[in-house]
Design a protein around this ligand. Sequence first.
Ligand SMILES: [Fe+2]
Length: 96
Amino acid sequence: MQGLLSYAGYHFQTEERLMVEHGYAKERAAEHVRQHKDFAEKVVAAKAQIQAGKRIPKTDLESFLTTWLTDHILHTDKEFGAFIRDQQARAAAQKD
Ligand SMILES: [Fe+2]
């Protein structure tokens, strides 16, 4: 769980820095960051439950991770990636 938090945190920080650098729309950035925070809070809560001795079925964790990551990557991250690609294409077109 700690490794997951560190890994996710690194990626979330990178994306959030790029949102600022590229001027991503504030409301879209806020929703994206909210999803990152929600994910981190859930993982921290699960980690605390495990540390307190509560057993969480492995299938529940796998289901949560798979669903969240798939949904986030396929929708929220993909939308941000398209924004950056559009911005880069417009910048390249202006150079021509
Ligand atoms: Fe993201």
